[in-house]
Ligand binder design. Structure first.
Ligand code: HEM
Length: 466
């Protein structure tokens, strides 16, 4: 996702330092000036897939003057994310493009990141977040009662986005967030995400006051005002534990120093959670509706499990264990349409991957889109078949052949939250509605930006289930 794409023209030229490299990985030649950009830009997913197929597990690419190594083997992904993770930091594009997230979990590095992760981890513990299950189900029911009608055509991506934003706002802030503030947060986040439509390539640097940049800065300022306002209220009533994520983040103390988070650290974390925690889950659900509509047999099996396990009542956390097929549907949907479709790192020191020397400063990229559709690991990789996760056929899969949430120390902190949310929402909504593509929407294509969005917004027709 987080676009590994070159952000600055004047970056260190790693090619120079690779003069002594014994073997360079193979890769498409590209043009003298722009490298592989002209092939990559119009078809990012296709280009990476073709490059992996043609050149193998380590592919050398170049965008302008910046060489990148695309890694296509689960062991290489594991090497970067887990085994030698200390030798890698987030890639340059992410460091520049997401600078507005400050020292939040997604963008910080080294000791500051380790400290923040230690502090935030307990708030995301499975037991803690299970308290949010009820909020998730009630929010979904609220949406269905208030706005979904039989026969209506709706923009499903938008609906899923609004729903997951409501859930993340409520779990972060509890009752402190009013409907009005929630809408403002939604509008501001849309402007923020809008900056990354089509990736982050060739964006005018934030400091230059173009109309789009001014809109972006205004949106960030408004989000900050809201976040700081709520933090101030909370600090003013320190004894009230409202059980939401913010109160946990406020209460947490570093074991070594006894210190908590400053307001600025809280701002960075809250903004990060807003950004990382709502669109990803909304997209997972949107793609799932798309896939279910195209596969009535899977939909029927899903309804069968929901009937048997829930018999029409709202799901609770206790039901999750009995919803294994629903879980497999979500998992398979994330295989074919990973909301985070790729991300990058930069090597701090020379190292070796797959027999190739990786010079210090190299940008390495891994892509869930490419790996999840690799026929070496998945039989009939293009086929939507949730059963592959329940019939044993994916047993023994290399760990990093499937990595929608990343891995290693920087594994998505919201993984349990997101999985629980997707299953509960799918179970709640699918019991009441069946969704079919509106005319022309069957051929929706993935649009890679920071995340993997449907290019049409996914308009679907609702039919209420008897
Ligand atoms: C389907 C939903 C989601 C997907 C596919 C997803 C995916 C990811 C991935 C791949 C990473 C690692 C990026 C990297 O290593 O560079 C990540 C990190 C992160 N995610 Fe998620 N995520 C999802 C939902 C959530 C939710 C619900 C939250 C919060 C409530 C969240 C918060 C974060 C944070 C804070 C990080 C940074 C963790 C760190 O570096 O310590 N994510 N996510």
């Amino acid at each position: 996702m987080w676009g590994w794409i070159v952000y600055h023209w004047g970056m260190a030229n790693v090619a120079r330092s690779s003069a002594a490299v014994p073997t360079l990985p193979p890769g498409p030649k590209g043009s003298l000036l722009t490298g592989n950009l002209s092939e990559y830009m119009p078809d990012q997913l296709g280009f990476l897939t073709r490059s992996a197929k043609r050149y193998g597990d380590v592919v050398r690419l170049r965008f302008l003057n910046v060489p990148l190594y695309l890694l296509n083997h689960p062991d290489h992904v594991e090497y970067v994310l887990v085994k030698n993770n200390r030798n890698f930091i987030k890639d340059r594009a992410e460091r520049s493009g997401l600078r507005f997230l400050g020292q939040g979990l997604l963008t910080s590095e080294g000791e500051p990141w380790r400290r923040q992760r230690r502090l935030a981890q307990p708030a995301f513990h499975r037991q803690r977040i299970s308290a949010y299950g009820r909020t998730m189900v009630e929010s979904a029911e609220g949406m269905l009662d208030a706005s979904w009608q039989d026969g209506e055509t709706r923009g499903i991506q938008e609906d899923m986005s609004r729903l997951t934003l409501k859930i993340v706002s409520n779990t972060l802030f509890g009752a402190a967030i009013t409907q009005e503030l929630e809408e403002e947060v939604g509008e501001a986040l849309e402007v923020v995400m809008g900056r990354f439509t089509g990736g982050i390539l060739f964006k005018v640097p934030e400091r230059i006051p173009t109309p789009a940049n001014l809109r972006f800065r205004r949106a960030i300022r408004r989000l900050e005002e809201i976040i700081y306002g709520i933090i101030r209220e909370r600090r003013g009533a320190p004894d009230e534990d409202s059980g939401d994520l913010l109160s946990m983040l406020l209460a947490t103390r570093d074991e070594a120093t006894g210190q908590g988070m400053t307001d600025e650290q809280l701002r960075d974390e809250v903004l990060t959670i807003f950004l990382a925690g709502h669109e990803t889950t909304a997209l997972n659900l949107s793609w799932t509706w798309h896939l279910l509509a195209a596969h009535p047999d899977v939909e029927e099996a899903l309804h069968g499990e929901l009937r048997e396990t829930l018999g029409g009542r709202a799901p609770t956390m206790k039901d999750l264990a009995g919803l294994s097929y629903t879980d497999a549907v979500v998992k398979e949907s994330m295989r074919l349409y990973p909301p985070v479709w790729g991300f990058g790192r930069e090597a701090l020191q020379d190292c070796e991957i797959g027999g190739f020397r990786v010079p210090k400063g190299t940008q390495v990229i891994v892509s869930q889109w490419v790996m999840h559709r690799d026929e070496r690991y998945f039989e009939d990789p293009e086929v939507f078949r949730p059963e592959r996760w329940t019939d044993g056929s994916t047993e023994g899969l290399p760990k990093y052949a499937y990595f929608p949430f990343g891995g290693g120390p920087r594994l998505c902190i919201g993984q349990s939250f997101a999985k629980m949310e997707a299953v509960l929402l799918l179970a709640t909504i699918a019991q009441r509605f069946r969704l079919r593509h509106a005319p022309g929407q069957e051929t929706v294509e993935p649009l890679p930006s920071l995340t993997l969005r449907p290019n049409t917004g996914l308009r679907m027709i609702l039919s209420e289930r008897a």
